[in-house]
Design a protein around this ligand. Structure first.
Ligand SMILES: *Cc1c(COP(=O)(O)O)cnc(C)c1O
Length: 403
């Protein structure tokens, strides 16, 4: 039936609202770290659906479990107990050293809940106008509150008035944080990404994280961390802040937690665990059996298959190779890598590389205009990394050689 020289099928979606500048390909199926488009062209996936597909595609342990769950129960509502919520919450509590969990569906929703927790924490203490410290270049989502917390005017433009109650500070500068909050009794929380994702793969330093932890304890503020992108094993520990040896009061999770099934979670320590009471917060889909099963199985498979260790080892290998290939290049400003969360900052905007990489069979992203971002599935092998580099490096060199 196949026509011998079939014309490639064009990717288009005229009835879908035009909210994304899309690469002109449409994907059909995947296996491991590879995906194929509707014309049969193969791509190596170094994006993983933006740090979502932890286990790659069509994982042999995940798929049968989800099939079984779909046939059993997809959704029930939070009118009733959902036993899988307790299973996943208990596991997240063990892995984080914290106390309890609220489940939702996305990253921004987790962050909304964090902001509500922080505000109510203040109100419960008699603070009528609670203020939350947020950071330059942060990204927390695109709802009105989370875009107000985001440190990017492009994302905020056109959507004012912004939600008030935020104090913005630079990264890794404890004196600036102290100065911005001096004599301000309304501060209730500090909120940041351990490694900024959309902002360009910008890490908070360990000494800074420990200093902020100490300050939050001293001032009775909640230390709230958005690990939506850098969490769930991507850096080689369950949570990126664990590299600094700190335990926060609140952590937001989403992307990698469900291997592609929409899921979000807010993990709370003792200071924040009892702030929400019945009626304060909720969501229809949050914690539904399908999403919970996806989370439970993702964590189980990650442990069984040693994926934290793999993320660390493969991330180190990929980082070393990038350094060796690009460090001496004048067009490369900096390479920032922690596990499989990697940014290569170039000296000029490089969004055009997304399409060029797709042409040579590689899925990548570019953030903050000039940072090539690599977020491959945590199952990636050394051979696949070699392939990734073989496809990426010539593109980068050619691009930098252009006037
Ligand atoms: C992606 C992301 C979000 C938003 O998550 P959505 O699921 O797109 O709402 C929030 N914070 C960080 C750090 C992210 O990377």
């Amino acid at each position: 039936m196949n026509a011998p020289a079939a014309k490639p099928v064009a990717a288009s979606s005229p009835h879908v609202m035009n909210t994304y500048a899309r690469v002109p390909i449409a994907l059909s199926h995947g296996q491991g770290c590879r995906v194929w488009d509707i014309n049969g062209k193969e791509y190596l996936d170094a994006l993983a659906g933006i740090a979502v597909n932890t286990l790659g595609h069509n994982h042999p342990k995940l798929v049968p479990a989800l099939q079984e769950q779909v046939a059993r129960l997809i959704h029930t509502s939070n009118y009733y107990h959902v036993p899988l919520q307790e299973t996943l919450a208990k596991k997240l509590v063990e892995l984080s050293g914290m106390k309890n969990v609220f489940f939702c569906n996305t990253g921004l929703e987790a962050n909304e809940a964090v902001l509500k927790l922080a505000r109510k924490y203040g109100h419960d203490k008699g603070i009528a106008n609670p203020q939350v410290v947020v950071y330059e270049r942060a990204f927390h989502g695109r709802s009105i509150a989370t875009l107000s917390a985001t440190g990017n005017e492009k994302i905020q433009k056109g959507f004012g008035p912004l939600v008030p109650g935020f104090i913005r500070v630079p990264l890794n500068d404890i004196e600036a944080l102290k100065k911005a909050t001096a004599h301000n009794p309304d501060v209730v929380a500090v909120f940041f990404e351990t490694i900024q994702g959309e902002g360009g793969i910008n890490p908070m330093r360990g000494d800074y994280l420990r200093a902020v932890r100490a300050l939050c304890t001293e001032r009775d503020w909640l230390l709230c961390i958005d690990e939506v992108q850098c969490g769930m094993g991507r850096t080689g520990k369950w949570f990126a802040h664990q590299w600094a040896g700190i335990v926060p009061d609140v952590v937001a999770l989403a992307k990698g937690l469900g291997s592609g099934v929409p899921i979000g979670a807010v993990v709370a320590g003792p200071k924040a665990a009892d702030i929400f009471q019945p009626g304060n917060h909720g969501t229809t889909f949050g914690g539904n059996p399908l999403a919970m099963r996806a989370g439970v199985e993702t964590l189980r498979i990650m442990e069984e298959d040693g994926l934290l260790q793999r993320a660390e080892q493969m991330g180190r290998y990929l980082g070393e190779r990038l350094h060796a290939a690009l460090d001496s290049h004048p067009g490369v400003k900096e390479i920032r890598a922690q596990g499989l969360m990697i940014g290569v900052e170039l000296a000029k905007p490089c969004g055009v590389l997304i399409g060029r990489a797709a042409e040579v069979g590689l899925l990548i992203s570019v953030t903050a205009d000039s940072v090539i971002r690599l977020l491959p599935p945590l199952i990636i092998t050394q051979a696949e990394i070699d392939e990734l580099l073989a496809r990426l490096l010539p593109l980068v060199r050619d691009f930098l050689a252009e006037a």
